[in-house]
Design a protein around this ligand. Structure first.
Ligand code: BG6
Length: 503
């Protein structure tokens, strides 16, 4: 049977014939995520009939070499394993390599000619989807060249911009301005792969396709919200990127603020891209910026020291590749934010993210207020626990409700029990990868799951305030790898009379 939520929230348009031009085609993202995702779409028959991929990069390479490298990535990273050779062969016939410097105008002249040829050969009908998968310093050069070669406004082109989208409000604004000189806003797709995760999309379904939660979804009944994204991985080979980024820019500004916006937003007027994005922007703009004088009451920064994970010793952040020995970059962050609007007045949203924590997990926990301590207080030894609704984003995707029940027996013991819905168990089929969903939507011209310029800037405005506060707030606190962050993080929430959940 067709799932009605899929009808409403998932694919509403079919993907149009298109050439996807990937800038930075020899990088990790293309091999690990983009091409495996496109190949998965091919497997599922979701690519348009007229389709091609052009990899644009600096290194010389033949089409055959490029295809072979991509096949290797597909074998490792596609969710179809083993892949169907017939699907790969037909998909690979539409993959081409285009060698040029990003700043070389003649490279774009040749690209234009080639794209017109592909329109004839592969029926791609003048539609182009440009994908900026390069290092951010190249973004502006490429955008300007696309504009100068008539590939922007007034054409059927669209552009996907990978993260990081700026590193401050000013730089995000500059990038938005560059994009706006060449493209209309509805041609720009700023990617945040968390929005492509099935469980993240399910936040809206849970809230607005059920009658039982929404009446309680406000400051009258909710005590606080905890959003946790914990990773057991360290910075791996990304030390030089991470040194300039840190946990706040890498995960909080984008992924976690999106989670917060979806939990906090008002019901949208409809499901069109701008209906949803309008509501998300409203929430982001209602968040109270953290004043420099409140930085230590509102945030904690940490950095992992040597420790152990799953019984294996791991090095501290300072000893990672391409990390300065005296680095002050944070690998852990906890924030307390308030949404100053009617629905959420005085409800703290605690956000917590870190690398080298004990588990790889992401969840949103809505903690309700405790029931009045009257009826059972005299009869039970421990106070009745408040209800908690947990949205598990990953792994083990699902939703759990903690509620109270009487323990069987003659005595009156009340204990928390859990009602648990698991995606895998209820729907069976494996969810598509986030990039599949996002590439499919961009091909189909649906921008709902991409962020708008004002949304990105509203989020950066809040992060800038935190970063400014940190400039004079000393060093991040050390935590042992394999623990839940620095002791300061526990003290931070304890002073509000609350504790972190252990996901
Ligand atoms: C990326 C960050 O955006 O998201 C990484 O740059 C992080 O540092 C990753 O590990 C987490 O994504 P996921 O889908 O594995 O939770």
């Amino acid at each position: 049977m067709e799932n009605p939520l899929r009808e409403g929230l998932v694919t509403r348009h079919a993907a149009e014939p298109c050439v996807v031009v990937i800038f930075g085609a020899t990088g990790d993202l293309t091999r690990r995520k983009l091409v495996p995702a496109l190949c998965n779409l091919a497997h599922e028959g979701q690519l348009p009939a007229g389709f091609a991929v052009v990899g644009f990069a600096r290194r010389p390479k033949s089409n055959a070499e490029f295809r072979a490298e991509l096949l290797d990535g597909v074998k490792k990273f596609s969710r179809f394993n083993p892949i169907n050779p017939a699907v790969w062969d037909s998909f690979a016939q539409g993959i081409f390599y285009h060698q040029a410097e990003f700043s070389d105008a003649t490279g774009y002249d040749r690209l234009n000619q080639f794209l017109r040829q592909l329109d004839k050969d592969r029926g791609t009908a003048g539609n182009r989807l440009f994908y900026l998968a390069t290092a951010p310093p190249d973004f502006t050069t490429i955008i300007r060249q696309l504009g100068a070669h008539g590939l922007g406004r007034g054409t059927a082109s669209r552009i996907i911009v990978e993260k990081p989208f700026g590193r401050s409000l000013a730089t995000a604004h500059e990038l938005n301005t560059e994009l706006a000189t060449v493209f209309d806003e509805n041609q720009v797709y700023r990617i945040d792969h968390y929005l492509g995760k099935e469980t993240v999309q399910n936040i809206l379904a849970l809230r607005f396709a059920n009658e039982i939660f929404e009446p309680l979804w406000n400051q009258k009944y909710i005590d606080h919200v905890q959003i946790t994204v914990s990773e057991s991985l360290g910075v791996e080979t990304r030390g030089s990127y991470y040194e300039k980024s840190g946990a706040l820019r890498d995960m909080v500004q984008n992924h976690m603020m999106q989670l917060l916006a979806l939990v906090g937003m008002e019901p949208p007027a409809g499901l069109a891209a701008n209906d949803i994005r309008d509501e998300k922007v409203k929430v982001l703009r209602s968040i109270r910026p953290i004043e420099p004088g409140h930085i230590s009451q509102s945030s904690v920064r940490g950095q992992y020291a040597a420790g152990s994970l799953a019984g294996k010793a791991v090095v501290g952040y300072h000893e990672e590749l391409n990390v300065a020995p005296d680095s002050r970059t944070e690998t852990f962050v906890a924030l307390k934010l308030f949404i100053d609007n009617w629905r959420w007045a005085s409800v703290p949203f605690y956000l917590r993210h870190g690398k080298r924590l004990p588990k790889q997990t992401a969840e949103i926990a809505i903690q309700f207020k405790a029931p009045p301590a009257v009826l059972f207080a005299a009869e039970t030894t421990a106070p009745v626990q408040p209800n908690v609704l947990v949205l598990r984003i990953q792994p083990d995707e699902g939703i759990a409700i903690r509620m109270n029940a009487k323990v069987p027996g003659t005595a009156l013991h009340i204990e928390p029990v859990k009602m648990d819905f698991r995606y895998g168990g209820s729907f069976g089929a494996r969810s598509p990868e986030a990039y599949e969903r996002l590439l499919h939507d961009a091909l189909a011209g649906d921008a709902t799951l991409f962020t708008r310029s004002d949304e990105v800037e509203a989020s950066w405005r809040l992060m800038d305030a935190v970063l400014t506060g940190w400039q004079t707030a000393g060093r991040p606190a050390a935590y042992e790898a394999g623990t839940w962050g620095p002791p300061e993080a526990d003290a931070f929430i304890a002073k509000d009379g609350r504790t972190w959940r252990r996901p």
